[in-house]
Design a binder for this molecule. Structure first.
Ligand SMILES: *[C@@H]1O[C@H](CO)[C@@H](O)[C@H](O)[C@H]1NC(C)=O
Ligand SMILES: *[C@@H]1O[C@H](CO)[C@@H](O)[C@H](O)[C@H]1NC(C)=O
Ligand SMILES: *[C@@H]1O[C@H](CO)[C@@H](O)[C@H](O)[C@H]1NC(C)=O
Length: 621
């Protein structure tokens, strides 16, 4: 088909469709024009006369509308060569304008109203040259306001058998009618039997605009607790369909508890008596159920406990609080097997019991086994202390061959290695009975002391009860006690006196179990007076000089004797030996010796030993 042929076909089509038998005029108008409410709109109307070379002598143009009720025609405009008149007293008076030229006319409507949605008829009359009319339907659009969604505030239970109202949506003042669609997590909810139901209602406002509301009924599942619901309006606008979505809302889903957990919140680790224990219970249901805490008694029955919310506080627990704890839902609200359980163990350590109790007397040389026991739920460890020193481990303490050193306080410290904050102790006081026993071995002590010298005698005795010490002196009146001390298991006495002659003293110690005696014999050494005093160093120097002199004299004497022998005149004489020994003995004021060993010691050492009464040097002072 060529372009010319196509044009011919087009005119044939127009002729067949719109040309009246009596008319040689062709009028063209848009079938439909769309406009927003309140806007202005132009409705063109074109015409063409075939018989009269385009332009006829007279053309009359009229615009009509039909009354919506009476269906009667009302003219709103008239125009010809001389007159252009907007008809008075119609609903368009003052609201329309007309522009015309030789081929057409154009109706402009200002401030389009809803009532303008109708046909506008354009009538072209060229009298004998032909007459014709055509119409345009004007569609008016008003977008609705954004939809407002409201979710149901109350919780919705998943156990509801029928769909429940979840949310309502409203959109107002739209034209023409519009639709509301529901969304869950941005996916459209298509109404389906038993699961999604949508109730929609529509109202016409006094303005003529439409408002619509929609209610969503939905069978909620547990997953819906986090779901977002929204509604959307879709409406026609000129040439398109537009959509506007509401905000998203969530809903409160109520679902039953399927799992309950019970655990200990604090304290961590092993629990001991006196601790405050906090147990917590948690379930997966919504709303959070109120739990009932209970404890399984020995007889198997459950004893309900006072709790606060999902917390059970056990203040200052004791071993009686041990057992199986449970938390469950109120009776009838769930299955019996939906519950939390936990075993609570409370550890303890009872006070230590030491046998023998408190105080125990032993005789010297005896044996004794003490035991220490403390009842505990855990393994214990025991250590025995005496004077802060470890003397034994384990719950038995063996004391063998008791001596006075054995006496004293024995403390048994009990600890629980697994739970170090648990500890206790017990003690026993051991007393060793026995007769006095003097410190030191000698039965008799022999001393030498220079006359006028002060001598201290010491006497220390062990024993229980503490021994008495009495001194008996012979040949001395001026002695007096300079030191005295008495303890649980010992007595110590030191006496002092000036030596004037030989003295014998007896230290007599005694208690209920016997006596022990030590004798002291002090030999007084008279002072040797001498005019010459030599120190040992000076003495040897003199001896050396004397020997030299003697040798010299001997040499001279020898030569003289030899000479006399030769001559036979002079006999043999005395040497200087006597003088030398005499000077040697005079070197000291005081000499003291220990008779039993015969070794000469310095004065201080001997005195110290005498005071201690022990030549082996057990030094207690
Ligand atoms: C409204 O829904 C109807 C029925 O589904 C549909 O034909 C129409 O086009 C919809 N209108 C809009 C504005 O989406
Ligand atoms: C004897 O004992 C007393 C008191 O302990 C002391 O003051 C004094 O120096 C002692 N004398 C000797 C010679 O040790
Ligand atoms: C020692 O003292 C006891 C008790 O006081 C007494 O019986 C005993 O005879 C005394 N011994 C001597 C040797 O004096």
């Amino acid at each position: 088909m060529t372009l010319r042929q196509r044009g011919a076909f087009f005119y044939l089509f127009l002729f067949l469709c719109s040309r009246n038998a009596w008319a040689d005029v062709e009028v063209t108008m848009h079938k439909n024009i769309e406009v927003y409410l309140g806007d202005s709109v132009e409705i063109p109307c074109q015409y063409k006369f075939y018989e009269v070379d385009g332009v006829p002598k007279f053309v009359m143009i009229q615009w009509f509308v039909k009354n919506a009720v009476t269906r009667a025609r009302a003219r709103i405009y008239y125009g010809d060569d001389q007159h252009q008149v907007v008809d008075g007293d119609t609903e368009y008076t003052g609201r329309i304008q007309m522009t015309t030229d030789q081929h057409g006319t154009k109706l402009t409507i200002k401030k389009v109203q809803l009532s303008d949605q109708r046909n506008f008829i354009c009538s072209v009359n060229g009298l004998s040259d032909g007459t014709m009319e055509r119409k345009t339907y004007l569609s008016v659009f008003a977008p609705p306001e954004a939809p407002i969604i409201k979710a149901v505030q109350a919780g919705i239970s998943v156990t509801n058998e029928m769909p429940s109202t979840v949310a309502a949506c409203q959109a107002r003042n739209g034209f023409p009618q519009f639709n509301i669609t529901w969304y869950r997590n941005n996916i459209p909810l298509v109404p389906s039997a038993g699961r999604v139901k949508v109730w929609t209602g529509e109202t016409v406002e006094s303005s003529g605009l439409y408002s619509a509301h929609s209610t969503l009924e939905y069978k909620v599942l547990k997953e819906d607790k986090d779901a977002n619901f929204s509604c959307e309006v879709s409406f026609y606008v000129p040439g398109a369909i537009r959509t506007v979505e509401s905000i998203s809302v969530g809903i409160t889903v109520h679902y039953p508890v399927t799992m309950v957990e019970l655990w200990r919140e604090s304290p961590a680790g092993l629990i001991k008596e006196g601790d405050t224990v906090e147990l917590r219970c948690q379930g997966d249901g919504n709303p959070t159920p109120t739990f009932i805490f209970s404890r399984a008694r020995e007889d198997g029955a459950d004893e309900d406990l006072d709790s606060r919310g999902n917390v059970l506080m056990l203040q200052a627990v004791s071993r009686r609080d041990r057992g199986l704890y449970r938390c469950r839902l109120p009776d009838g609200t769930s299955h019996d097997d939906v519950k939390g359980e936990m075993e609570l163990n409370v550890h303890y350590l009872d006070p230590a019991v030491v046998v023998p109790k408190e105080s125990e007397a032993m005789l010297k040389g005896e044996c004794l086994t003490a035991s220490c026991n403390a009842l505990s739920s855990l393994k214990t460890s025991m250590v025995w202390y005496k004077d802060s020193k470890v003397v034994g481990e384990g719950n038995m303490l063996h004391l063998q061959d008791a001596t006075y050193e054995t006496a004293g306080e024995y403390v048994c410290e009990v600890t629980v290695p697994a739970l170090p904050t648990l500890h206790t102790n017990g003690s026993v006081h051991i007393v060793v009975h026995g007769g006095p026993q003097l410190v030191g071995e000698e039965q008799e002590v022999h001393l030498k002391a220079a006359v006028g010298k002060t001598v201290n005698l010491s006497c220390e005795a062990r024993g229980h009860p503490a021994p008495r010490i009495t001194w008996i002196f012979d040949g001395c009146q001026n002695w007096h006690e300079v030191f005295s001390k008495s303890g649980d298991h010992m007595t110590h006495s030191v006496v002092s006196f000036a030596v004037d002659s030989d003295i014998s003293a007896i230290c007599n110690t005694s208690n209920d179990f016997g006596i022990d005696v030590r004798a002291f014999n002090i030999k007084a050494i008279p002072l040797v007076s001498s005019s010459t005093h030599f120190s040992p160093a000076e003495g040897s120097g003199v001896i050396f000089v004397v020997i030299i002199l003697c040798l010299l004299l001997l040499g001279i004497l020898g030569s003289v004797l030899y000479f006399l022998h030769k001559k036979g005149k002079i006999p043999c004489g005395r040497s200087g030996k006597q003088d030398i020994s005499k000077e040697k003995t005079a070197k000291d004021d005081i000499v003291m010796e220990m008779k039993d060993n015969g070794i000469a010691k310095s004065e201080d050492a001997v005195l110290l030993n005498a005071v201690n009464g022990d030549k082996n040097g057990t030094n207690e002072q």
